[in-house]
Design a protein around this ligand. Structure first.
Ligand SMILES: C[S@@+](CC[C@H](N)C(=O)[O-])C[C@H]1O[C@@H](n2cnc3c(N)ncnc32)[C@H](O)[C@@H]1O
Length: 218
Protein backbone atom coordinates (compact mmCIF):
# COMPACT_ATOMS: atom_id res chain seq x y z
CA UNK A 1 0.00 0.00 0.00
CA UNK A 2 1.37 3.45 -0.93
CA UNK A 3 1.68 6.15 1.72
CA UNK A 4 -0.99 8.20 -0.16
CA UNK A 5 -3.61 5.43 -0.06
CA UNK A 6 -2.76 4.73 3.60
CA UNK A 7 -3.30 8.43 4.35
CA UNK A 8 -6.60 8.40 2.41
CA UNK A 9 -7.84 5.32 4.32
CA UNK A 10 -6.90 6.88 7.65
CA UNK A 11 -8.65 10.15 6.70
CA UNK A 12 -11.81 8.21 5.72
CA UNK A 13 -11.74 6.32 9.03
CA UNK A 14 -11.37 9.57 11.02
CA UNK A 15 -14.15 11.35 9.04
CA UNK A 16 -16.48 8.37 9.74
CA UNK A 17 -15.96 9.10 13.42
CA UNK A 18 -17.51 12.55 13.29
CA UNK A 19 -21.07 11.22 13.79
CA UNK A 20 -20.15 9.44 17.02
CA UNK A 21 -16.49 9.64 18.01
CA UNK A 22 -15.29 6.47 19.78
CA UNK A 23 -11.94 5.00 20.84
CA UNK A 24 -8.56 6.18 19.56
CA UNK A 25 -9.85 7.39 16.17
CA UNK A 26 -12.69 9.19 17.94
CA UNK A 27 -10.17 11.04 20.09
CA UNK A 28 -8.30 11.97 16.90
CA UNK A 29 -11.55 13.25 15.31
CA UNK A 30 -12.22 15.27 18.48
CA UNK A 31 -8.74 16.75 18.32
CA UNK A 32 -9.31 17.76 14.66
CA UNK A 33 -12.67 19.40 15.54
CA UNK A 34 -11.14 21.28 18.45
CA UNK A 35 -8.15 22.60 16.50
CA UNK A 36 -9.34 23.15 12.91
CA UNK A 37 -9.48 26.93 12.45
CA UNK A 38 -12.65 26.78 10.31
CA UNK A 39 -14.40 24.70 12.97
CA UNK A 40 -13.55 27.23 15.66
CA UNK A 41 -14.73 30.13 13.48
CA UNK A 42 -17.95 28.30 12.57
CA UNK A 43 -18.86 27.69 16.21
CA UNK A 44 -18.11 31.27 17.34
CA UNK A 45 -20.09 32.65 14.42
CA UNK A 46 -23.16 30.51 15.16
CA UNK A 47 -23.17 31.61 18.83
CA UNK A 48 -22.84 35.26 17.76
CA UNK A 49 -25.97 34.89 15.57
CA UNK A 50 -27.98 33.45 18.45
CA UNK A 51 -27.82 36.74 20.38
CA UNK A 52 -27.37 35.05 23.80
CA UNK A 53 -28.28 37.25 26.78
CA UNK A 54 -26.58 37.06 30.19
CA UNK A 55 -29.49 35.27 31.91
CA UNK A 56 -30.32 32.86 29.05
CA UNK A 57 -30.70 29.10 29.50
CA UNK A 58 -29.36 27.42 26.38
CA UNK A 59 -29.06 23.80 25.20
CA UNK A 60 -26.55 22.56 22.62
CA UNK A 61 -27.15 19.18 20.97
CA UNK A 62 -24.00 17.41 19.71
CA UNK A 63 -21.42 19.66 21.38
CA UNK A 64 -18.39 17.60 20.24
CA UNK A 65 -15.23 19.04 21.84
CA UNK A 66 -17.29 21.83 23.47
CA UNK A 67 -16.18 24.95 21.55
CA UNK A 68 -19.68 26.46 21.29
CA UNK A 69 -20.46 25.48 24.89
CA UNK A 70 -17.50 27.59 26.10
CA UNK A 71 -18.63 30.55 24.00
CA UNK A 72 -22.28 30.19 25.10
CA UNK A 73 -21.16 30.14 28.75
CA UNK A 74 -19.14 33.32 28.19
CA UNK A 75 -22.32 35.12 27.00
CA UNK A 76 -24.81 33.49 29.42
CA UNK A 77 -22.73 34.63 32.38
CA UNK A 78 -25.70 34.58 34.80
CA UNK A 79 -27.71 31.89 33.00
CA UNK A 80 -27.05 28.19 32.39
CA UNK A 81 -25.70 26.22 29.45
CA UNK A 82 -26.72 22.59 28.94
CA UNK A 83 -25.36 20.14 26.42
CA UNK A 84 -26.00 16.59 25.29
CA UNK A 85 -23.87 14.37 23.07
CA UNK A 86 -24.14 10.62 22.50
CA UNK A 87 -20.35 10.22 22.32
CA UNK A 88 -18.68 9.31 25.59
CA UNK A 89 -15.30 10.46 24.21
CA UNK A 90 -16.70 13.91 23.30
CA UNK A 91 -18.54 14.26 26.62
CA UNK A 92 -15.28 13.73 28.52
CA UNK A 93 -13.35 16.10 26.24
CA UNK A 94 -15.98 18.87 26.44
CA UNK A 95 -16.21 18.49 30.21
CA UNK A 96 -12.44 19.01 30.44
CA UNK A 97 -12.59 22.10 28.23
CA UNK A 98 -15.42 23.60 30.32
CA UNK A 99 -14.30 22.31 33.74
CA UNK A 100 -14.26 25.71 35.50
CA UNK A 101 -17.77 26.67 34.31
CA UNK A 102 -19.07 23.20 35.28
CA UNK A 103 -17.58 23.59 38.78
CA UNK A 104 -19.23 27.02 39.00
CA UNK A 105 -22.61 25.39 38.18
CA UNK A 106 -23.00 27.39 34.93
CA UNK A 107 -22.53 24.47 32.49
CA UNK A 108 -24.09 20.98 32.63
CA UNK A 109 -22.96 18.44 30.00
CA UNK A 110 -24.68 15.07 29.70
CA UNK A 111 -23.86 11.92 27.78
CA UNK A 112 -27.19 11.32 26.00
CA UNK A 113 -28.65 10.90 22.49
CA UNK A 114 -30.99 13.52 21.00
CA UNK A 115 -33.88 11.04 21.09
CA UNK A 116 -33.62 10.91 24.90
CA UNK A 117 -33.71 14.59 25.84
CA UNK A 118 -33.30 15.50 29.51
CA UNK A 119 -36.16 17.01 31.48
CA UNK A 120 -35.87 20.73 32.32
CA UNK A 121 -37.94 22.33 35.10
CA UNK A 122 -37.87 25.74 33.40
CA UNK A 123 -38.29 26.32 29.64
CA UNK A 124 -35.13 27.12 27.66
CA UNK A 125 -34.42 30.39 25.86
CA UNK A 126 -32.42 28.90 23.01
CA UNK A 127 -31.25 25.66 21.37
CA UNK A 128 -28.27 25.24 19.06
CA UNK A 129 -26.75 22.43 16.98
CA UNK A 130 -23.67 22.75 14.77
CA UNK A 131 -22.95 20.06 12.15
CA UNK A 132 -24.92 17.54 14.15
CA UNK A 133 -28.49 17.29 12.81
CA UNK A 134 -27.36 15.20 9.82
CA UNK A 135 -26.70 12.33 12.26
CA UNK A 136 -30.04 12.47 14.12
CA UNK A 137 -32.78 9.86 13.66
CA UNK A 138 -36.09 11.40 12.42
CA UNK A 139 -34.93 15.06 12.61
CA UNK A 140 -38.41 16.65 12.25
CA UNK A 141 -39.62 14.69 15.28
CA UNK A 142 -36.46 15.62 17.23
CA UNK A 143 -36.90 19.29 16.32
CA UNK A 144 -40.53 19.13 17.51
CA UNK A 145 -39.33 17.69 20.84
CA UNK A 146 -36.68 20.43 21.13
CA UNK A 147 -39.35 23.05 20.39
CA UNK A 148 -41.30 21.60 23.34
CA UNK A 149 -38.36 22.52 25.62
CA UNK A 150 -38.32 26.16 24.47
CA UNK A 151 -40.32 29.02 25.94
CA UNK A 152 -42.69 30.79 23.51
CA UNK A 153 -40.46 33.13 21.51
CA UNK A 154 -37.39 30.95 22.25
CA UNK A 155 -34.78 30.72 19.47
CA UNK A 156 -33.08 27.89 17.61
CA UNK A 157 -29.94 27.94 15.45
CA UNK A 158 -29.02 24.98 13.25
CA UNK A 159 -25.75 25.21 11.35
CA UNK A 160 -24.22 22.99 8.71
CA UNK A 161 -20.98 23.10 6.75
CA UNK A 162 -21.07 20.32 4.12
CA UNK A 163 -18.07 18.03 4.58
CA UNK A 164 -18.59 15.77 1.55
CA UNK A 165 -15.87 15.72 -1.13
CA UNK A 166 -16.31 18.46 -3.75
CA UNK A 167 -18.81 20.49 -1.65
CA UNK A 168 -19.41 23.99 -3.05
CA UNK A 169 -21.49 27.07 -2.26
CA UNK A 170 -24.40 25.31 -4.04
CA UNK A 171 -24.12 22.35 -1.65
CA UNK A 172 -24.29 24.79 1.29
CA UNK A 173 -27.29 26.64 -0.20
CA UNK A 174 -29.10 23.30 -0.58
CA UNK A 175 -28.23 22.35 3.02
CA UNK A 176 -29.59 25.72 4.20
CA UNK A 177 -32.88 25.14 2.36
CA UNK A 178 -33.16 21.66 3.86
CA UNK A 179 -32.62 22.97 7.41
CA UNK A 180 -35.17 25.73 6.76
CA UNK A 181 -37.71 23.15 5.56
CA UNK A 182 -37.12 20.84 8.55
CA UNK A 183 -37.58 23.72 11.02
CA UNK A 184 -40.81 24.86 9.35
CA UNK A 185 -42.19 21.30 9.35
CA UNK A 186 -41.38 21.06 13.08
CA UNK A 187 -43.50 24.17 13.78
CA UNK A 188 -40.83 26.86 14.06
CA UNK A 189 -41.50 30.24 12.45
CA UNK A 190 -39.55 33.26 11.14
CA UNK A 191 -36.81 31.00 9.74
CA UNK A 192 -33.96 32.85 8.04
CA UNK A 193 -30.69 31.62 6.54
CA UNK A 194 -27.31 33.25 7.23
CA UNK A 195 -24.09 32.26 5.44
CA UNK A 196 -20.45 32.37 6.58
CA UNK A 197 -18.12 32.53 3.56
CA UNK A 198 -15.70 29.69 4.38
CA UNK A 199 -14.70 27.02 1.89
CA UNK A 200 -17.26 25.55 1.56
CA UNK A 201 -19.57 28.17 3.14
CA UNK A 202 -21.49 27.46 6.36
CA UNK A 203 -25.29 27.83 6.46
CA UNK A 204 -26.97 28.70 9.74
CA UNK A 205 -30.77 28.75 9.91
CA UNK A 206 -32.31 30.69 12.80
CA UNK A 207 -35.96 30.32 13.77
CA UNK A 208 -38.38 30.97 16.62
CA UNK A 209 -40.82 28.92 18.69
CA UNK A 210 -44.05 30.83 17.96
CA UNK A 211 -45.97 32.60 20.70
CA UNK A 212 -49.48 31.08 20.92
CA UNK A 213 -51.92 33.56 19.34
CA UNK A 214 -49.04 36.00 18.72
CA UNK A 215 -47.81 37.65 15.56
CA UNK A 216 -45.02 35.06 15.16
CA UNK A 217 -46.81 32.79 12.69
CA UNK A 218 -45.69 33.02 9.07
C1 LIG B 1 -19.41 16.64 13.44
S1 LIG B 1 -19.50 16.66 15.20
C2 LIG B 1 -19.72 18.42 15.53
C3 LIG B 1 -19.34 18.77 16.93
C4 LIG B 1 -19.51 20.26 17.32
N1 LIG B 1 -20.88 20.67 17.22
C5 LIG B 1 -18.62 21.13 16.47
O1 LIG B 1 -19.10 21.76 15.51
O2 LIG B 1 -17.42 21.21 16.79
C6 LIG B 1 -21.13 16.00 15.53
C7 LIG B 1 -21.39 15.80 17.01
O3 LIG B 1 -22.77 15.48 17.18
C8 LIG B 1 -22.88 14.36 18.04
N2 LIG B 1 -24.11 13.62 17.68
C9 LIG B 1 -24.40 13.08 16.47
N3 LIG B 1 -25.58 12.45 16.49
C10 LIG B 1 -26.07 12.62 17.76
C11 LIG B 1 -27.26 12.15 18.42
N4 LIG B 1 -28.16 11.40 17.76
N5 LIG B 1 -27.43 12.48 19.72
C12 LIG B 1 -26.50 13.22 20.38
N6 LIG B 1 -25.34 13.66 19.80
C13 LIG B 1 -25.13 13.37 18.52
C14 LIG B 1 -21.61 13.54 17.77
O4 LIG B 1 -21.30 12.64 18.82
C15 LIG B 1 -20.57 14.63 17.59
O5 LIG B 1 -19.97 15.01 18.81
Amino acid sequence: MTSTSLKQRLTTQVVRQFGRPRGVLGRLAGWVMAHRATNRRRNLWVVSLLDVRPTDRVLEVGFGPGLAIAELARHASRGRVYGIDHSDVMTRRARRRNAAAIRAGRVDLRHAPVDRLPHFDTPLDAVVAVNSLGFWPDPVRRLGELRGLLRPGGRIALAGQPRCAGATADTTARAGRELHDLLTRAGFTRARVETLPLSPPVACVLAVNPVEGGADHD
